[in-house]
Design a protein around this ligand. Structure first.
Ligand code: ADP
Ligand code: MG
Length: 294
C-alpha cells in the first residue's frame, strides 16, 4: 500500500521545522559573538510558535538560519524534512521580516504579486489573488502606489500580503507587526489567525509583545540573552481558541503571566532560582560564556 506513496513529497507528514543542536558564532572585528547555543526546536505542521526574549538574544539569527539566509556554525535545520536550502529553492515558506524589503520601482500590487509572477501564475489569476490579499491587509486603495508613498506600517502590510501570496505551509515572521499602530496590529493578528486556520500553515513568529505571543501561539519559546538559548517553552493552554473575547479571558491573562515569569524569572540552569537576575540584561553585558559556572 505504500508503493503509491513511494517518492511522494513528505510535506504532509514531516514537521515544518526541525532545529537540531544549532550553534552560531559571528566573527567580528572586536572578536567572536556567540549568538546561539544548543538550540533544539521542532515546529509541527500547522503549529504556531513564537520566539520571545531580550534584544540581541538571537531571535533574528535563528529565523535567518531557518530561512537559509545564514548558516549555523554547528547543528542543522530541516524544513518539511528537507534541508533549509532545498526548502528555500522549493519556496516552501513565506517570509515577512522587520524591514519590509519591498522593491521601490514596483507598485504595491506588483510587489505583492511578485512571488506569483516568479512562479508563472497567469496575469488574470494573479490580479485576482493580489486584489484579495490587498483587501485583507486594507490596502486596496493603494494598489498603484509605490512603496515610498506609503508609511512604514503600510509598507509592512504590503510585505505581509506578499508573504501570504502563495499560501505557504510555513510562514517565518520576524516582528512583522512591530511598526503597526495598536488597532491595525490587532486586526492583523486576527487576520493571521484566520489565515492560519484556513491554510493550516505553520508559523514561526518573533515578537517583543507578550500578549501578542500568547494570543497567537500554540507554544511560546522564551529565549535568554547571550549566548541565546532556549530557556523555557511555554505551551498555551487556550484550547486553540483565538476569538476577540479571548483577549478579555482569565486564561489569557494567566498565560501572559506564565510567559512573563518565564522571561523575567528565568533560571537557565534549571537549578536553584535565586531571583537575582531580573532580565537577561546583566548576562548580555558580559562578553563571556561563563555566566552559568558561578
Ligand atoms: N551579521 C552579524 N555579524 C556580527 N554579529 C551579529 C550579526 N548578526 C547578529 N549579530 C549579533 O548576534 C546577536 C544576536 O542578534 P539578533 O539575532 O539580531 O538578536 P535579536 O533578533 O534577538 O535581537 C547580537 O549580539 C548581534 O549583535
Ligand atoms: Mg531581531
Amino acid at each position: 500500500m505504500n508503493q503509491a506513496q513511494h517518492g511522494a513529497p513528505s510535506q504532509t507528514t514531516a514537521d515544518a521545522v526541525t532545529v537540531t543542536g544549532v550553534d552560531k558564532t559571528f566573527d567580528t572585528r572586536s572578536g567572536q559573538v556567540h549568538a546561539l547555543q544548543g538550540i533544539n526546536l521542532t515546529v509541527k505542521a500547522g503549529e504556531f510558535v513564537s520566539l520571545i526574549g531580550p534584544s540581541g538574544c538571537g531571535k533574528s539569527t535563528l529565523m535567518r538560519i531557518i530561512a537559509d539566509l545564514d548558516q549555523p556554525t554547528a547543528g542543522s535545520v530541516a524544513v518539511f524534512g528537507k534541508s533549509a536550502g532545498q526548502a528555500r529553492l522549493d519556496q516552501d515558506y513565506g517570509i515577512a521580516f522587520q524591514q519590509a524589503g519591498l522593491l521601490p520601482w514596483r507598485t504595491v500590487a506588483a510587489n505583492v504579486g511578485l512571488p506569483l509572477e516568479l512562479h508563472g501564475v497567469g496575469s488574470a489569476a494573479r490580479a485576482a489573488r493580489v486584489a484579495e490579499l490587498l483587501s485583507m491587509v486594507g490596502l486596496t486603495e493603494f494598489a498603484d502606489r509605490y512603496p515610498d508613498q506609503l508609511s512604514g506600517g503600510m509598507q509592512q502590510r504590503v510585505a505581509i500580503a506578499r508573504s501570504l501570496a502563495e499560501s505557504p505551509s510555513l510562514l517565518l515572521m520576524d516582528e512583522p507587526f512591530g511598526a503597526l499602530d495598536e488597532m491595525t496590529r490587532e486586526r492583523m493578528q486576527t487576520e493571521l489567525v484566520r489565515i492560519c486556520a484556513e491554510t493550516q500553515a505553520a508559523v514561526v513568529f518573533v515578537t517583543h509583545s507578550i500578549p501578542e505571543a500568547v494570543y497567537l501561539s500554540d507554544r511560546v519559546v522564551v529565549m535568554s540573552a547571550r549566548p541565546g538559548r532556549i530557556q523555557e517553552i511555554v505551551p498555551m493552554r487556550l484550547d486553540g481558541e483565538r476569538t476577540e473575547s479571548l483577549r478579555e479571558d482569565t486564561r489569557y491573562f494567566e498565560m501572559i503571566t506564565a510567559v512573563r515569569e518565564a522571561l523575567h524569572g528565568g533560571n537557565p540552569g534549571g537549578g536553584i532560582a535565586t531571583g537575582g537576575l531580573a532580565t537577561g540584561a546583566v548576562a548580555a553585558s558580559a562578553p563571556v560564556r561563563g555566566a552559568e559556572t558561578r
